[in-house]
Design a protein around this ligand. Structure first.
Ligand SMILES: CC(C)(COP(=O)(O)OP(=O)(O)OC[C@H]1O[C@@H](n2cnc3c(N)ncnc32)[C@H](O)[C@@H]1OP(=O)(O)O)[C@@H](O)C(=O)NCCC(=O)NCCS
Length: 162
């Protein structure tokens, strides 16, 4: 088994695994899982890869893809005690069901975390699933109590008044 960085032509591989990942981890189907959602997701991966903000690693064994993980690199302001101005948002941590429990997820996560020095990343953040939490805790992640979130409802299309 080997872990390799994804290349530009892995776009559709990443897309398919992300859709499989969402299909498994979301309690309800994402809004619009059809062609429009697929196209938007593909465009997002393409754009952020071209901007060099999406870094993905792929696990393979004898030509078979076993899983992936990505880091979305975001800008954050420097702090007085730490001038590094990027954080890594971990997404797409996914191992195909048949390959689970063999350490693939851990190796993928370690590959992603190992990019910190090269990319100037100050910290990693993620939203953990129940399945992923034990692994993240083992690798040193803790829950951040001061981290707060405010979802913004999507804008409704305006209806003409007359
Ligand atoms: C989470 C996931 C990536 C783990 O991949 P994996 O290759 O099976 O993980 P590993 O074999 O490297 O195991 C790493 C650790 O995860 C935990 N783990 C793995 N399988 C587990 C299971 N069935 N139940 C509980 N913990 C489990 C264990 O702590 C394990 O460490 P240990 O073997 O030393 O006990 C995989 O289950 C997955 O893709 N799940 C669906 C997608 C998902 O939830 N991703 C996380 C998004 S935040």
């Amino acid at each position: 088994m080997q872990i390799r960085p994804a290349e530009a032509n892995d776009l559709d591989l990443i897309l398919e695994m992300r859709l499989d990942f969402l299909g498994e981890v979301r309690e309800r189907a994402p809004v619009g899982t059809g062609n429009e959602f697929r196209a938007e997701t593909r465009a997002f991966i393409d754009r952020t890869q071209q901007e060099d903000r999406l870094r993905t690693w792929v696990a393979e064994e004898q030509g078979d893809v076993l899983g992936m993980v990505s880091v979305l690199v975001n800008d954050v302001p420097p702090l007085p005690e730490d001038a590094r101005s990027r954080e890594g948002y971990i997404i797409n941590e996914y191992v195909k069901p048949a390959a689970r429990g063999r350490g693939v997820g851990r190796l993928l996560l370690r590959a992603a975390l190992g990019s910190a020095g090269r990319l100037g990343i100050r910290r990693f953040v993620l939203l953990a699933t129940d399945a992923g939490k034990p692994l993240y805790v083992q690798e040193g992640f803790t829950s951040a109590e001061r981290y707060m979130v405010l979802p913004v409802p999507p804008a409704r299309p305006s209806v003409p008044s007359d």
